[in-house]
Ligand binder design. Sequence first.
Ligand code: ATP
Ligand code: MG
Ligand code: FE
Length: 332
Amino acid sequence: PTILAIESSCDETSASVIQNGHVLSNIVATQAIHEQYGGVVPELASRAHQQNIIPVVAQALQKANIAKSELDAVAFTRGPGLLGALLVGCSFAKSFALGLEIPLIEVNHMKAHILAHFIEAPRPAFPFLCLTVSGGHTQIVLVRSHLDMQVLGQTTDDAVGEAFDKSAKLLGLPYPGGPLLDKKAAAGDPNRFQFPIVNMEGYDFSFSGIKTSILNFVKKNSAADPEFVQHNLADICASIQSALIQTLMKKLVLAAKEQGIKEIAIAGGVSANSGLRATLQDYSKRYGWNVYLPAFQYCTDNAAMIAMAAHYQFLAGDFTDQYASPDPRLKV
Ligand code: ATP
Ligand code: MG
Ligand code: FE
């Protein structure tokens, strides 16, 4: 099947065309407007989606060299995400399906992050474990098939992406801080400073404590030396990144051991983190894991992953109708 997919859950407006499981195009418009506010402003995100969606879809079709008449279905992100942002993609897809008289497919954004692994080889074998780490979620998911997934553990408070962004903000780095913190950390010593590695029960995570600890650390050291953060930025970033990664890895190791699974994937925006990627490669040797790291373009939000999910849903006959509506809190 040939499917047009639309992603609009947060601050990227994206469209992709997939044909028989091959991604032909993946256009991503990242909204720059939020930078000046230090975070995503929901109402501004919706308005930017409205402005972007027609040109982004047009580009995706053009790049794929596919005419609207060739489409067999149109897919959209149903959730989770910002309601106003999701509404733009949902409404657009519904109108598109109605106008072309083709079926409509609603996709779960978090499942799609995981299914991004099926866009290109190497593809994980079932069953595998996926550590999904993004701006809004932190989950260990048992993936039994393309459509059968079970969350084994998740964060009880902040997502790890949020922890990266908030830590960066406390260090005075501009938004979005995660990728910047990663860059600064590259030249730093991860063992120079100690930040808490919270060990929750079972497979769950907690990341809210690290903010307070960083805040206190910055306050205490800046009182003695106002330029402390500036002068030690690389070491501070490397130490924070290391604590966040170790918190994640503790539970991933436990889950892999208890579930008896050595096929290990990571997904979501934070899977772009160079420290996390290097740690996974290291653990693959230590524990005999086969690790799967998504290509950078498929880590953060994109419509290609929505298209990949839609492809499998199409094959399974999983369609929705004109009564479809977004669900900001949609679960895996
Ligand atoms: P969700 O998928 O949970 O709904 P989202 O769609 O906003 O949330 P993604 O686009 O998947 O999240 O990921 C964005 C997050 O990834 C941000 O928190 C960002 O800081 C983080 N991120 C991106 N690159 C890196 C990196 N190299 N290191 C650390 N964090 C990163
Ligand atoms: Mg984003
Ligand atoms: Fe996402």
